[in-house]
Design a protein around this ligand. Structure first.
Ligand code: KG4
Ligand code: ZN
Length: 339
């Protein structure tokens, strides 16, 4: 079965063709980062308009790469939430229109379920059950995953998401948008121990996170330095990354301990972070835990994870619908269970 995946929930237009036998045949992506940079963040209206321009050319590119035609597509999976309403409507309108035109089923996919299942695109893929650490620009959650649609929330951020903390730190350090990769690179030049920032909720008994205090601590530290001093900025970047990684890694392993599971799956944009990957890899080795990441290029938003999640849904329940609505706010635990 050949699935077309369409992702337009935020600032990336992603399309992909995933074959149930052969795996990922092609994926094509357009990032709007350059367009939004001037505004320091995503401008929803501009995002929607740009998705409209990109979806069909990216579809052609995917078909060309995979040497397939539209008629070869067996089903369409499209992100219908959560995300920016206008941006979601672009992908959903095109996805459902293609479905009607080609007379193929369309499944609406939860964006976070796409992230959650994206490690299934790696080889080897994780088996159920596992603990999932979802760390993206909008979410920071620990979930217990017992199977497709069987998700229990173990803990989540009470305020900012980890990716948001990276982006705000980048802004404060004058690194522009999006900040994750830039903060991570700058941290490489920092001096260990030069700046120590708070580790919010590190010792709380629950599995929740809080990053807004860390952001305020970065702001205070930035105000104290001469902002032409690159070394001082690198020291703050390192202090920030170490604080965030300490908390995220400790909570992930606390989640494993509390569930008794020995398999950890990391997904979402911050899952591309090198320092976090290194720390988790090291801890997994020491604690004899199996650790899975999506392929690096598929950590951030993309169409492949949507196609893969769509296939999982179709295999489980053939949940195709002929009418659609987007759900800009939609909890993964609500979306979880298949009908
Ligand atoms: O999953 P994603 O592409 O979009 C959402 O669904 O939110 O995640 C985007 C987030 C941004 O906040 C970005 O700064 C962060 O992931 N990110 C990173 C890295 N690459 C992307 N954060 C830290 N290190 C990275 N290498
Ligand atoms: Zn995402």
């Amino acid at each position: 079965m050949l699935i077309l995946g369409i992702e337009t929930s935020c600032d990336e237009t992603g399309l992909a063709l995933f074959d149930s036998e052969a795996g990922l045949l092609s994926h094509a992506l357009h990032s709007q980062v350059d367009m939004h940079r001037a505004y320091g963040g995503v401008v929803p209206e501009l995002a929607s308009r740009d998705h409209i321009r990109r979806v069909l050319p990216l579809l052609d590119e995917c078909l060309r790469q995979a040497d397939r035609t539209k008629g070869d597509i067996d089903a369409i999976a499209v992100t219908v939430g959560p995300g920016l309403a206008g941006a979601l409507l672009v992908g959903a309108s095109i996805g459902y229109a293609l479905g009607w035109a080609l007379n193929r089923p369309v499944v609406g996919v939860h964006h976070l379920e796409g992230h959650l299942l994206s490690p299934l695109l790696a080889d080897p893929a994780p088996a159920f059950p596992f603990v999932a650490l979802l760390v993206s620009g909008g979410h920071t959650q620990l979930m217990r995953v017992d199977g497709l649609g069987d998700y229990a929330l173990l803990g989540e951020t009470l305020d900012d998401a980890a990716g948001e903390a990276f982006d705000k730190t980048a802004q404060l350090l004058g690194l522009g948008y999006p900040g994750g990769p830039a903060v991570s690179r700058l941290a490489d030049f920092g001096t260990a121990g030069a700046v120590t920032l708070p580790r919010p909720l590190l010792h709380s008994k629950d599995l929740n996170f809080s990053f807004s205090g860390l952001k305020t601590a970065v702001l205070t530290a930035v105000r104290r330095i001469d902002n032409t001093c690159e070394q001082a900025k690198a020291d703050i970047a390192l202090g920030f990354v170490q604080a965030l990684v300490d908390v995220v890694a400790a909570k992930s392993f606390a989640a494993l301990a509390s569930t008794g599971l020995r398999r950890l799956v990391v997904a979402g944009g911050v899952g591309a972070n090198r320092q976090l990957r290194e720390r988790l890899t090291d801890m997994a080795r020491r604690h004899d835990v199996e650790l899975f990441f999506p392929p690096m290029a598929l950590c951030t938003d993309n169409g492949a994870m949507i196609a893969r999640a769509g296939l999982a849904r179709i295999e489980k329940s053939a949940a195709a619908t002929s009418s659609f609505a987007v759900r800009p706010r939609w909890s993964l635990t609500d979306a979880g269970r298949t009908e």
